[in-house]
Design a protein around this ligand. Structure first.
Ligand code: MIG
Length: 688
């Protein structure tokens, strides 16, 4: 059951698609306090309660022991000490003595103190007093997630090619740079489906322009890349350059499409293009207008985009910078003591000025900080809605940096500017289930790490996790060590790992789509599947992925393997290129050895994993020849979802595959006669 409670007169966020009636039941589990005019909701946790959720955030799968603030932040240093990242995903599940979900729907900030101030106290404090609170009860965590996801609506589905491997780097400047990357991959026989275009493809960082000098005859370049089965994916930034004669700027000014400052003038701030205005994505006409501009690029054959800087990231606002200079002048002639020196040093930080500009919502001016968390959401919605007109029945790739629950209906997300740190492989793993809970299904991190210099072993281990994330993209920052796979000493190992991804695409796509359609999580904490197993509840670095497998990536440098906990007997599979080794392991603890060139995974008892022969692009996969790997106790069963992978109204087909066993003989069955199947099966009870 979902209980809704409205407090004050909240601004509609569009997080939900189902409209519910208010019920005072919502406040039976949470204690509401309005002390000192600050509303808050609290709950006394039992010592063993686990708290799941909050999507993109730092720390563990169990969110206890920290205070998190949902307030979309452009912060490239994702350490444990941070409270906010790029997304605002205000959904948690408390699991234990009582099990229930809480969703705080507000476009402004919210703080979740989950055992930070006091170990057993959960206290939720919204920044604004107007909000909608949802409390969800159900049979178990999965049931609560299902109800929540149904309420917030079906997730975005990308085209199937977006499940291929993708390469990006901030620093590719010209068509020749991109050709070199394509050649690097194709010459090394490392599979790839897309290459990204970061901000340098534009003329002076102006949205919806392509620099003609760096990209002469862009349209034919897009086609040239497609001939090699490579899609180009350009970035779009939120800020619009202020420049006379630039059509996007001129139209925006003329039609009042930009956010305003307190005097009603177009708000001025600085991002990559220099001085910019921000489109008011909360205003219907502005949103439609900005979205229609993507056509400039789709007309050249582009089929995918990533929306960046949409928290929005602001280097400084003109007002705040002017004030900062005044302060510098005050300090200039002073005899600085050490404290005032530090003050002076900080004068130029924190100039983003979220209280300095306004949106127009239903004709009313609303200060930005009160609706901050839905800005990036609406940028991505603007593109997605325009795509419905631009390409009515074609799925385009679209994902965003900033997000709020509800945006998952329009696009995916990547987890922003991580670092080339081993701990960030682990962070990625831990974010996956929370993101799925909140509806975000097309997700992934910058593989190899965005900031800082990477190392070959780090990229390999990260890829071995990335094999399973719907978005599998290697991306890095300008100035850092280059990390394209073909540049490293052991190119073949990269080919081995990325080939595993292609072998698994039918399974991953099938699990992604089924989870999306059925409001389920593709990535689950072990405890969701083995609720009576107390050990499973403590496991923070392994995940269930879809119906058939569990993953346990190696994420420590110089480790030859890792400890793993099996909540039941499983088939331990080490995959490398098109080959693999298998071993049946018993329920319990094990140490597994994993080489840098291998991808480990575990097939559940009575689980079956369909695979195909790897290929150099998704286009070239032959999905009619399935190799099924299974661990069969009595009979293993898998339901494979397929569709055309490109049309929006694609009719999904469900094919049931079963592997049965008679003494030590296995036979495979499937209702689709167009498929050719081979099977390699193991019996669960042969160990002893
Ligand atoms: O201020 O476009 O997160 O992926 O490479 C940096 C340059 C702006 C931030 C994105 C990152 C991208 C970078 N952008």
């Amino acid at each position: 059951m979902i209980f809704k409670y409205t407090y004050g007169t909240p601004i509609e966020t569009q997080a939900t698609v189902e409209k519910l009636e208010d019920s005072s039941e919502a406040l039976k589990l949470l204690n509401m306090s309005t002390a000192e005019d600050k509303i808050s909701f609290s709950y006394k946790m039992s010592a063993n309660d686990i708290v799941y959720g909050l999507g993109e955030s730092v720390r563990g799968i169990n969110k206890r022991g920290w205070s998190y603030t949902s307030f979309c932040a452009d912060d490239p240093v994702h350490t444990e000490s941070k409270n906010s990242l790029y997304g605002a995903h205000n959904f948690i599940i408390v699991s234990g003595a009582k099990t229930f979900g809480v969703f705080v729907d507000t476009p402004a900030g919210v703080t979740f103190d989950i055992g930070y101030t006091a170990l057993n106290d959960l206290v939720i404090t919204p920044q604004e007093q107007d909000l909608v609170l949802y409390v969800i009860t159900g049979d178990n965590e999965k049931d609560i997630v299902r109800q929540f996801r149904k309420m917030v609506g079906k997730g975005y589905a990308p085209p199937r090619w977006a499940f291929g491997f993708q390469q990006s780097r901030w620093g590719y400047k010209t068509a020749d740079d991109l050709r070199r990357v394509a050649k690097g991959y194709r010459d090394s026989d490392i599979p790839i489906d897309a290459i990204y275009m970061d901000i340098d493809y534009m003329t002076d960082y102006k949205d919806f322009t392509v620099d003609e000098e760096k990209f002469p005859n862009f349209k034919s370049f897009v086609a040239e890349m497609k001939e090699q089965d490579i899609k180009l994916v350009p970035i779009i930034d939120a800020g619009v350059k202020i420049e006379k004669g630039y059509d996007v700027y001129e139209e925006g000014v003329k039609n009042n499409y930009f956010c305003k400052d307190e005097n009603g003038s177009d708000f001025i701030s600085a991002v990559w293009p220099g001085l910019t205005h921000f489109p008011d994505f909360l205003k219907d006409e502005a949103r439609q207008w900005f979205g229609s501009k993507y056509k400039v690029l789709t007309d050249t054959g582009i089929e995918g985009f990533w929306n960046d800087m949409n928290e929005p990231a602001i280097f400084y606002s003109k007002n705040k910078l002017d004030k900062a200079w005044e302060r510098v002048d005050e300090y200039r002639n002073k005899n600085l003591d050490i404290n005032s020196y530090f003050e002076l040093r900080d004068v130029f930080s924190g100039l983003e000025d979220y209280k300095g500009f306004y949106h127009s919502i239903d004709g009313k001016m609303v200060r930005h900080d009160k609706v901050h968390n839905i800005y990036g959401f609406n940028m991505t919605k603007s593109a997605a809605q325009a795509f419905d007109t631009i390409a009515p029945n074609k799925r385009l790739l679209l994902f965003s940096r900033s997000s709020y629950i509800g945006m998952h209906r329009y696009g995916g997300i990547w987890t922003g500017d991580n670092q080339s740190w081993w701990s960030h492989i682990e962070l990625c793993l831990k974010q996956l289930p929370g993101l799925n809970m909140c509806g975000f299904m097309y997700i992934g991190s910058d593989i190899g790490g965005f900031g800082a210099n990477t190392t070959e072993d780090l990229v390999l281990r990260w890829l071995a996790l990335g094999v399973f994330t719907p978005l599998m993209r290697n991306h890095s920052a300008i100035g850092t060590r280059e990390q394209e796979c073909y540049l490293f000493e052991n190119k073949d190992w990269f080919k081995d790992i990325i080939s595993v991804r292609y072998k698994l695409i039918p399974y991953l796509y099938s699990e992604f789509m089924k989870a999306n359609i059925n409001n389920e999580m593709m990535f689950r904490p072990l405890a969701f599947d083995y609720p009576r197993d107390n050990m499973a509840k403590q496991v923070e670095d392994q995940l269930m992925v879809g119906d058939s497998i569990m993953i346990a990536p190696v994420y420590k440098q110089n480790a030859h393997g890792r400890y793993v906990y099996l909540p039941q007997n499983m088939l331990f599979v080490k995959m490398r290129g098109d080959s693999y080794t298998c071993e049946v392991l018993k329920k319990g603890h094990h140490y597994i050895n994993v080489e840098l060139s291998e991808v480990p995974l575990f097939i559940k008892e009575n689980g079956a994993l369909p695979m195909v022969k790897s290929a150099l692009s998704t286009e070239k996969l032959d999905c009619t020849q399935l190799e099924v790997l299974a661990l069969v106790q009595d009979s293993a069963r898998y339901v494979l979802y397929t569709d055309d992978g490109i049309s929006k109204d694609a009719k999904g087909q469900y094919t049931e595959i079963s592997v049965t066993r008679q003494s030590n003989e296995y036979s495979i069955n499937c209702d689709d006669k167009s498929l050719t199947l081979t099977v390699e099966a193991f019996g669960g009870n042969i160990i002893e």
